[in-house]
Write a protein that binds this ligand. Sequence first.
Ligand SMILES: Nc1nc2c(ncn2[C@@H]2O[C@H](COP(=O)(O)OP(=O)(O)O)[C@@H](O)[C@H]2O)c(=O)[nH]1
Ligand SMILES: [Mg+2]
Length: 211
Amino acid sequence: MMLNNHKEHLYKILVIGDLGVGKTSIIKRYVQQTFSTNYRATIGVDFALKVLNWNSETFRLQLWDIAGQERFGNMTRVYYREAVGAFIVFDVTRPATLDAVTKWKADLDSKLTLSDGKNVSAVLLANKWDHGFEALWGSDSRIEQFCRDHGFVGWFKTSAKDNINIDEAADCLVKHIIASEKDVLKPGVLDTVSPRLGSLKETTCSGCFKG
Ligand SMILES: Nc1nc2c(ncn2[C@@H]2O[C@H](COP(=O)(O)OP(=O)(O)O)[C@@H](O)[C@H]2O)c(=O)[nH]1
Ligand SMILES: [Mg+2]
């Protein structure tokens, strides 16, 4: 028994973005390994818990779903309070939802900072990638530039439907949260990870600490 060495962490993580981009589906997929085509719009604040055990440390991730307030494009400070990371989601079939990400990121950064004054780690999720909209988006460099311009620590092409890159994106976010806690992360690092079907065990966040 190594109880003395066992560390527990509780991380509040926000999942934000426009209505219908797949926030609830991503949380359901990540936490319950399920997907459904008709979730009712979330009413009221809702959160789900995911537990990760890494190197004899326990990370409890409290994933906060948005409360049916997407149409306002912002949330209250109370909702953001004490969060340490965020996923901002857009829908690759609706380019306007990427424009909205700018608004969500600005809202987040204006209402929430870590104790050292830095922004919380945010990972961009290009969801519904199973639709195969590669042609619509062209090269990845456009989204990479978008991430740099808006201060995301990384981005992933995801599908809640086909279970693509959700675990990887969460691993990446958690690593960045840990790194900001330890304050060892160098700035300007960006992860880019393409869908890797069927290889979920290996973390694809290897780029996290490069730079
Ligand atoms: N094809 C596809 N549909 C998805 C995906 N994620 C969510 N959806 C669908 O998109 C709709 C909105 O999803 P929902 O999770 O309710 O979005 P939210 O409003 O952001 O919480 C639902 O019909 C989902 O089944 C995905 O990765 N691929
Ligand atoms: Mg929802």
